[in-house]
Design a protein around this ligand. Structure first.
Ligand SMILES: [Zn+2]
Ligand SMILES: [Zn+2]
Length: 141
């Protein structure tokens, strides 16, 4: 187990892979329903309005967008800078990457798996989920 600083409240906590402590995860889950219900009744509201009306901080809303739990009405939101692809900086409506970069990344992962090298991005995930699964790269003769 690692002790890391929570991304939201900045408190140190024992991490089992998450960057956010369990208190904040619970709070974010609650905030998500508040924000989702508000947006449901107020389609097209911008992040500032949603944040003010619900009392949910903007960075929480942004976090939910990056997790893909909320979507913007237009790519990047007002001004096109609220949410951008982390690779090519293109405005996006949800998640961390645009469709183009997402498929490029999965291609890269595919290639490095084929080459026998584990992709760097997956290291953490692999470590937190140990499996005994085996597979062979050779076809049956
Ligand atoms: Zn926290
Ligand atoms: Zn991109």
């Amino acid at each position: 187990m690692n002790i890391i600083q929570c991304k939201i409240c900045k408190k140190p906590f024992h991490s089992v892979g998450s960057k956010i402590c369990s208190d904040c995860l619970q709070r974010i889950d609650k905030d998500f329903f508040i924000v989702r219900d508000y947006i449901y009744d107020n389609q097209g509201a911008d992040i500032d309005t949603v944040s003010e009306a619900t009392g949910v901080e903007k960075f929480i809303i942004l976090h939910l967008l990056k997790e893909g739990r909320l979507e913007l009405a237009t790519p990047g939101g007002a001004g096109g800078t609220m949410l951008n692809c982390e690779v090519c900086k293109k405005p996006i409506i949800t998640g961390r990457m645009c469709e183009g970069c997402k498929s490029k990344v999965s291609e890269t992962i595919q290639k490095s798996v084929e080459g026998g090298k584990p992709p760097a991005q997956n290291k953490k995930q692999d470590a937190s989920k140990p499996t005994n699964k085996m597979h062979t790269r050779y076809d049956k003769q």
